[in-house]
Design a protein around this ligand. Structure first.
Ligand code: NAP
Length: 290
């Protein structure tokens, strides 16, 4: 029952109403018998209004999605080293008005991969796209044994700044990071030949952005025992994953990342673990590539 003592957590984003996060976090609070609830705040308020609301209303912790992951970075009191390197945050903890922020997307991706394929090791990885989620996955990669990442990004206005950020990540972690223009098919074919894992971190394949993020004929360069992953979870099987599965690659969609990044946010707020297995089972019916 909700009372005057119930702690409030939530997602602040726009759009937000479709989110699975309330189900995931409220299940977690129920598991640990914590008097807390997680709600959705579908908001387009200014970043300053958002941090002010978190403090004024005493909201204990929030997740952030579009359009706040980068714009709130300068407004919090403390950033974890991961948040500083990625330059984007998805989790804020409010301790008596002091806001500490981190980014759990990258560790969430690799944790999900480890749970789904515990026997696999990833030394060399190819990533399509270099937005906020890709940077988080790259920053975390070294903690999961990855030694080298080749990133394909459109040669547009953000190319140089992304190269600079990736150089900082490389310097901090020792991960070898190579950046190539997205349309360089020769470089892509070469990178694929050495990749244990190919990751789509572009928006291509989402319901609103259908399509395949790479020319299908290039998939033949990827070794047959490599894993193909997509950060997208709606739809659960993008055209990219369908193509890869037809070519007999093992695949992984973005649902596991969604669940594990939530579990890591939950732990950041409460210092308690969320048991994710029942959440996977509820959301997949037990038979999904997540
Ligand atoms: P973002 O910051 O907007 O980055 C999108 C990336 O996709 C950018 O690098 C962009 O290229 C690239 N891109 C978009 N359209 C492209 C095109 N037509 N050709 C080539 N590249 C294109 O978004 P994000 O937050 O990183 O999210 C990326 C994906 O990850 C989304 O599908 C999102 O749903 C998913 N995601 C999943 C989870 C999860 O929990 N499973 C969490 C976060 C994100 P430029 O850099 O050139 O603009």
């Amino acid at each position: 029952m909700i009372s005057g003592y119930t702690a409030l957590y939530g997602l602040i984003a726009h759009p937000a109403q479709h989110s699975l996060s309330p189900f995931i976090h409220n299940t977690g609070f129920h598991q640990i018998q914590m008097d807390a609830r997680y709600a959705v705040f579908d908001s387009q308020a200014t970043p300053a209004a958002i941090t002010s609301a978190i403090k004024t209303l005493g909201i204990r912790g929030v997740n952030l999605s579009m359009p706040y992951k980068q714009s709130l970075v300068p407004l919090v009191d403390n950033l974890t080293s991961t948040a500083k390197l990625v330059g984007a945050i998805n989790t804020i903890k409010n301790e008596a008005g002091r806001l500490t922020a981190t980014n759990t997307d990258g560790d969430g991706f690799w944790c999900a991969l480890q749970k789904a394929h515990p026997q696999r090791r990833y030394r060399s990885v190819t990533i399509l796209g270099a937005g906020g989620a890709a940077l988080a996955v790259i920053e975390a990669a070294v903690r999961y044994g990855v030694q080298q990442v080749t990133v394909f990004k459109r040669a547009n206005a953000t190319y140089d700044s992304v190269i600079q950020r990736l150089a900082q990540i490389s310097l901090a972690s020792g991960l070898q990071i190579i950046v190539e223009p997205y349309d360089d098919q020769l470089a892509l074919a070469t990178a694929l030949q050495n990749a244990d894992c190919l990751i789509n971190a572009t928006n291509i394949g989402m319901t609103a952005t259908p399509g395949n993020p790479l020319p299908i004929n290039l998939l033949q360069y990827l070794p047959e025992d490599s894993l193909v992953a997509d950060l997208i979870y709606a739809p659960r099987e993008t055209a990219f994953l369908k193509t890869a599965q037809k070519a007999h690659y093992q695949i992984q969609n973005g649902l596991g990342m969604l669940i594990e990044q939530a579990a890591l946010s939950f732990e950041f707020w409460t210092n308690e673990s969320m048991t994710t297995m029942p959440i996977y089972q509820h959301l997949t019916g037990g038979n999904d590539a997540s």
